[in-house]
Design a protein around this ligand. Sequence first.
Ligand code: NOJ
Length: 616
Amino acid sequence: MSSSRATWWQSAVVYQIYPRSFCDANGDGIGDLPGILARLDYLRHLGVDVLWLSPMFPSPQDDAGYDISNYTDVDPVFGSLADFDLLLAEVHRRGMKLVLDLVVNHTSDEHPWFEASRRGRHDPQRDWYWWRGPRAGMAAGAPGAEPTNWASAFSGSAWQFDEASGEYYLHLFSRKQPDLNWENPQVRSAVYRMMRWWLDRGVDGFRMDVINMISKDPRLPDGIVGSVGSSGFGDGSPFYICGPRIHEFLQEMYAQVFAGRDAQLLTVGEMPGVTVEQARLFTDPDRHEVDMVFQFEHVQIDHGIDKFHPTAFRLVDLKASFGRWQAGLAEVGWNSLYWNNHDQPRVVSRFGDDSDRYRVRSATLLGTVLHLHRGTPYVYQGEELGMTNGVFGSIADFRDIESLNYYAAALAGEGSGAPQPGDPLADETAGGTAVTAAGPGRQPDDSTVLAALRRMSRDNARTPMQWTAGPHAGFSSAEPWIGVNPNHRTVNAEAEYADPDSVYSHYRRLIALRHSHPVVARGSFTMLLPDHEQVYAFLRQLDAEQWLVLGNFSAADVAVPLPDAADWASAELLLGNYPTGEAIGSPPDAPAPARSAELWLRAWECRVYRRTAPPA
Ligand code: NOJ
């Protein structure tokens, strides 16, 4: 295993803050920078090294801040630039780093660049965005006259018609998020200038929003129809995911923004649809692109035709995916490791068991399995408490544009909400709520669509951070912008902070393990038992030190059928999620074949063993 080129972020843990939902200091129901400042000691105590802030820049908040109208200021709802400077200084004073969200695939339509661009076909900034006339032979604005058949990620066409000029602009996300044209060198220099401005101010790097979408095939071809969930739309992604100039642009960015700075910086590119092979190129240190990428394979493992048509989770699929990524980036490149962020449902509700009985066990198991892979782990706010999916009564409780647009389209019988041939809309139960099938010829009803949203909506991640059992979970003194989860009475930071058996304390231990044992950051990774349907098992090894990580992804006791199970059972137990005093062994009433196994795991149990590697 090559352990050369160790860099600081290999043994670091990053914590993502979604400012809107983290802590509200000024009592307006929305989180803010002074709120974050007030909680820095909590984060320091948890042990994380880097904080990543989701966007806090001025924004119309159409997509909760991922639609930026000014890159070099702070939205008044979150505070001021002075608040930011103070926050940054206090983060640094505590020995942590601060990374900003860089959202430059698109701006807000209220950004001055776009306001100039839409002034008319001859404006000097027209070409800063993707403008096109109607489809050949069709009248501008007529149904179906959009320049391509691409769908927006938030339902409907990716093109918005502009009456004044008779042209359309491209928006891969909301119509208030027009895509920047990175073919134009002026756009690129303006972005690099802005990035240098923040680095000069002291920030420690960037998480780069959908950065693998900045290079588009300038011919903008139609996509194949039928390969994406949205009926009628084509799949444009081959023409904007990892497009022809993506590596050139990232290398240019590196040269213009990062090269020559001696600070310890971090860059992580969010890259939907990236393959292992591409990720290896993006993260090869010799190529000077980004330090690591967020890939999406494991968070799409339970998607059907799209995320709102989920399928049953299968552990073997998850292991196959992670196993490939671990192997693919073993020698060159680096993984980021995450279960959660502001776009994903809560992992304990998704791949674990969020019932009162198993929430703590399954949340600690999930954390353990993830953090002990090779890569840099990311903790999303509240994950360290075992926060669960939200409770949403009706559509009025949702806030996220993706969810609201999907709901409207589905009930109108449009897009992927419309019945599809062989629609898997669902074949299973979601959190106790049946997701019923919308068979051919039927329109999904309100309850079907709501069941899908309750399970997969991004709002699940965005409910307020649960600080206390008190009013509004201690997040705010006012009614929060989105409903608090009623389980804050038991699931909250105050209750967990000093409890050695809490999810929080377990995450602290995990983070400390990474800091104190080089095998976690730099050791090799070997997946074991890839076909086992309940047990997640892998080895880590550095020099003569070998670790075995085990997790039982079920509520049923299970034997771990490793050939050297007996040896492992007598190895040093470094970490587990059951009280250490409790006997570990085969249940007396176990069936005969299982009884012969030497290693057993109880419901949602995880264990980490250490031994000296036997001679090869
Ligand atoms: C990815 C971000 O994580 C998500 O929240 C956002 O909606 C899109 N990019 C568009 O910026």
